[in-house]
Design a protein around this ligand. Structure first.
Ligand code: C5P
Length: 236
């Protein structure tokens, strides 16, 4: 790794949160007196190892102005895209104005407020000896079934080497830009950043993180996130 490589954070926050079903996109929902995205930015904006953050926002965004971090000197904005991968690609272009190709970019979902600071630090430590990139993930402990289109079990998938991919997912700026551009050229909609890098034939490293780093997706998840933040002592 280049000894001068810096670390940046990219937060895709341009989703409408259709699965959640609320009028307000999930990253802007209130959670313990702040917006979900503010809990996320609270982890990164002042972190000594992070040089700056870029947040990808929907062109129709009407909520970001109320964020505690809207005018933070280390937080920039970019315009989001149709899918998450387009939002990340756009924000990388913004980041490329001040970051180098060899700098690390940690992509973290705006809807994952329960990332633990120690997991973030673990990932940063791992990057010091990685070339391709690394992401937080959790091994699958349930038995996994492959189904037919009408919900009949087709077969059981061996779970020994299955993981759930979480975020942050960290890659060098230049590599991730190339990976997302190639995925786009092949008309692939990748649902995480590692998938784009995998399409280049590379093998990012899985780093076991805590399972409470959930992505708020359904209404029940908000109460769960509140509980996890309380357990972590981050809120009263
Ligand atoms: O929809 P999903 O839960 O997969 O979204 C994950 C993250 O990607 C969220 O933080 C969401 O705001 C963001 N996103 C985005 N641009 C989109 C769709 C989702 O930045 N077009």
């Amino acid at each position: 790794m280049s000894p001068t490589a810096r670390h940046w954070v990219l937060i895709p926050a341009a989703g409408a949160g259709k699965r959640f079903g609320a009028a307000v996109p999930k990253q802007y929902l209130p959670l313990a007196g702040a917006m979900v995205i503010d809990h996320v930015l609270g982890l990164f904006a002042e972190h000594p190892a992070i040089s700056g953050c870029v947040v990808a926002l929907s062109p129709e965004d009407g909520y970001w102005a109320d964020s505690l971090y809207a005018d933070h000197p280390r937080v920039r904005r970019a315009v989001g895209g149709r899918e998450r991968c387009h939002s990340v690609a756009n924000a990388l272009e913004t980041l490329a104005r001040e970051a180098d190709d060899d700098d690390w970019v940690l992509v973290h979902d705006a809807a994952r407020p329960c990332l633990r600071p120690e997991d973030l630090d673990l990932l940063l430590d791992v990057l010091a000896s990685e070339e391709v990139g690394a992401l937080l993930a959790v091994p699958v402990h349930d038995t996994v079934k492959q189904a037919t289109a009408d919900d009949l079990i087709e077969h059981t998938v061996p779970r020994e080497r299955l993981w759930r991919a979480y975020t942050p997912q960290a890659f060098k700026l230049g590599l991730l830009r190339r990976a997302l551009a190639e995925a786009e050229a092949s008309r692939m909609i990748v649902t995480d950043d590692a998938s784009a890098v995998e399409l280049l034939g590379l093998n990012p490293r899985l780093v076991e993180g805590r399972a409470d780093n959930i992505k708020i997706t359904r209404p029940d998840d908000l109460a769960l996130a509140h509980f996890f933040l309380q357990q972590q002592g981050r809120i009263c």
